[in-house]
Design a binder for this molecule. Structure first.
Ligand code: AMP
Ligand code: ZN
Length: 485
């Protein structure tokens, strides 16, 4: 199957071929954990999840790393010299609020490591609810920036040795953008534009210390910072961009990786700087393909607290929305268009998920044995073919609903096709494993509720809870999954 993706680096749709098939190495910029992630963040993360699952369907073995940014960077860390407030100060306030409302059981909400640990846990919980494959792969120990300070310092050392980085008069380590001729290739910025302040955000607070205004921070000695580590350049903290260069190369074990993703705001400066750092140190291309998800809008506008259209995953779950419906809603729009979420869209997604589940459960009941299908099956070929076309999920879903509408006669074959499709969509009742028993018990709860036999429904529910499941009943029915410990 020929796979074609849009590469931000070359501004065109290109054939995707990994360097060492069948392995695909992929790095995704993950969350900053000083608050709960919002659904826009999860749109970017779920885009990466969809990409991974599609590549697996296509037969690749995907090695995926999504980092957790738990180093206390600055609130304006997209500025070349990292302005604003220490994010962990913000995190302290958030954790205090969570402790006050009884959500966070922490001893010291002022401890930045407790702040990071709490919001990392919340991220994993949301990621699991949204069935991001990565969440079950690193149970409790996602790759954290604070665990990778040494590889970051190594990279900084290499950059200094190679003349790409320098220690400024105020003791900070900066990357010298003029030493990297390709700086600006990804974002289209030129150094002249950046010098004039036209191409992106650059503060001039530290102008005097820097050789070029776009030179960006690699290490900042600051003994007053909440999270800090010893370093040859003085006790302090790493810049934001160095984290992803170091973690991608260290954890994927390659100087050149196949895919790198993020949201569109990551293109500049974050990914531009990552390229300069990684290629500057290794001399090799860094990521062969860069893919960026456009922003999620809510009610046609940028999400913001003041507009009242700002949602976390848990805000929506608290409104009784099944996380799988949120998953479906966030993946259903092609990643290169601005998805727009409204509460009525969520209800449409709820109906779509319900229809898929009913269809699949009907097949399960009719099926008498296992069938084998591969990607040459016409439905799967159309489904995978749409995704191979720059991850055209809208087309892929249209294929699925057309097929469902045709009421496929051979239940065994159709179930096998559905299972392959659901390995990508992941909308069925049970998230972990293929647990028919749990799925059946959930259906029994729904049947009892439909018959208004609430005692039986409660007993069945309690039985699942006693067996270590988290049970949730929403308009779309009951689901259960292993509870988090
Ligand atoms: P942060 O936790 O702020 O570092 O953001 C994590 C990821 O979410 C980054 O890759 C951002 O590009 C992405 N992101 C932030 N806001 C949105 C949004 N509204 N829609 C899609 N992605 C977003
Ligand atoms: Zn990153």
């Amino acid at each position: 199957m020929q796979i074609r993706f849009y590469n931000t680096l070359t501004h065109q749709v290109e054939t995707f071929e990994p360097l060492e098939p069948p392995t695909v190495t992929m790095y995704n910029c993950g969350p900053t954990v000083y608050d709960y992630g919002h659904i826009g963040n999860f749109r970017s993360f779920l885009f990466a999840d969809l990409l991974r699952r599609f590549l697996e369907l296509a037969g690749y073995d995907v090695r995926q790393v999504m980092n957790v940014t738990d180093v206390g960077h600055m609130t304006e860390d997209d500025l070349a010299d990292g302005g604003g407030e220490d994010k962990m100060q913000v995190g302290r306030r958030r954790l205090k609020e969570a402790k006050k409302s009884g959500v966070a059981d922490v001893s010291d909400p002022d401890d930045p490591f407790q702040v990071a640990a709490f919001f990392t846990g919340a991220f994993i919980e949301d990621a699991r609810r949204l069935r991001m494959r990565i969440a079950d792969e690193y149970p409790g120990r996602v790759p954290r920036a604070t665990d990778h300070i040494a590889p970051m310092q190594d990279l900084i050392r290499r950059l200094i040795e190679k003349g790409h980085a320098y220690v400024s008069d105020d003791g900070a380590v900066y990357y010298s953008v003029e030493t990297f001729p390709d700086y600006g290739r990804l974002s289209g910025n030129t150094l002249d534009q950046l010098r004039g302040g036209a191409g992106g955000r650059i503060s001039d607070e530290h102008q005097a210390q820097k050789r070029h205004p776009a030179d960006f921070l690699l290490w900042k000695p600051d003994s007053g910072h909440l999270m800090k580590w010893d370093a040859p350049w003085g006790e302090g903290y790493p810049g934001w961009h160095i984290e992803c260069s170091a973690m991608a190369m260290h954890l994927l074990g390659r100087e050149t990786i196949d895919l790198h993703t993020g949201g569109e705001d990551n293109i500049f400066p974050h990914h531009e700087c990552e390229i300069a750092q990684s290629t500057g140190a290794s001399g090799a291309p860094f990521a062969r393909m860069w893919m960026h998800a456009r922003f999620l809008l809510v009610d046609g506008e940028k999400m913001s607290k003041s507009r009242g259209n700002f949602y976390t995953v848990r805000d929506l779950v608290d409104r009784g929305i099944d996380p799988v419906v949120i998953r479906y809603e966030l993946i259903k729009a092609p990643y290169r268009s601005n998805a727009n979420l409204t509460l009525s869209d969520l209800s449409d997604s709820g109906k779509a998920v319900q229809r898929l589940r009913r269809f699949a459960e009907g097949l399960e009941q009719r099926s008498t044995g296992e069938a084998e299908v591969d990607l040459s099956h016409p439905v799967l070929a159309r489904f995978a073919g749409a995704l191979a076309d720059d991850l055209n999920i809208a087309e892929a879903l249209a294929t699925v609903f057309t097929w469902i509408g045709e009421d496929p006669p051979d239940a065994d074959e159709a179930l096998a096709v559905w299972r392959r499709i659901d390995s990508v969509l992941d909308v069925m009742r049970v998230a972990v494993g293929d647990d028919d028993d749990v799925s059946g018990r959930c259906r029994a709860i729904d049947d009892a509720r439909r018959d208004r036999d609430f005692d039986t429904a409660d007993q069945l529910r309690q039985g699942l809870i006693d067996d270590g499941y988290e049970v949730m009943t929403t308009q779309e029915g009951t689901t259960a999954r292993r509870s988090l410990t």
